[in-house]
Design a protein. Sequence first.
Length: 286
Amino acid sequence: MLSVLDLSGSDARTTEDIFTGRSQSMPLGRVYGGQVLAQSIVAASRTLPEDRKVHSMHGYFLRPGDSTKGITFSVDRIHDGRSFSTRRTQAYQEGVPIFSMIASFQDEDPGVEHQAPMPSGVPHPDDLPDVEAHLDGLHPMSKRFFTDRPVELRHIPSPIYTAVEGPRRSDQLVWMRVRRTIPDDPATHRAALAYLTDLTIQESILRAHGIAWTTPGLKVASLDHAMWWHRFGRVDEWMLYVQESPSARGGRGLATGRIYSADGALLASVAQEIMVRVPEDRLEQS
């Protein structure tokens, strides 16, 4: 993950800054969305002083990327003010945009402060089984997506990879962290947090209809992604991802999330709309 987020600069440029990166190998050959949005944030951050930090991003997934090919990132320095900067990042493969993002950066400023409280009574991640315990019956190639990735996950009540257990509901909790300690650089932790946000955010929509990831004929694709960083947190320590879906219709579903540190600090908020297509016979059952 760290090597994927370590972009290379380029002397080639027009009116924009150019960076290049590679993709993680994926079982189905498509670029993981969280990867390209995290890389886009890294590219934009490279055009700013270290003390001006990302606080929000809004992006659109335009085309599925090919994980066997490199990605070129162009950064447009839209605005630099006294406290805020705005950057637009476009991610390209073979000259065609696959992702487009606008992000805002800010110097640290004092101000009013409050936060929504972290849910109470949540089981500790050490008391929950790792995701690998729920992968019986999956094809070996599908298992690789979970066993080879750099992230640990603990679902509450349980994952929906092969089945949706319990009553249908449009919310879930997920503990998450990267598997190993990473460097202290705050920019790396912010980008890595963006990487993590795309992993499970869609599941509150599927859980509401009893739809497992392995449902035959299921098609899911992220359409857009928005994120707001509120407070700094380390991604190599446990974080609680509180997720819910307020609406789904017309082949689209909206999911929102809040990310807390283990001690209850609200680190970030997330929103994503997805395309979700289910075979008609399965749709009638849901």
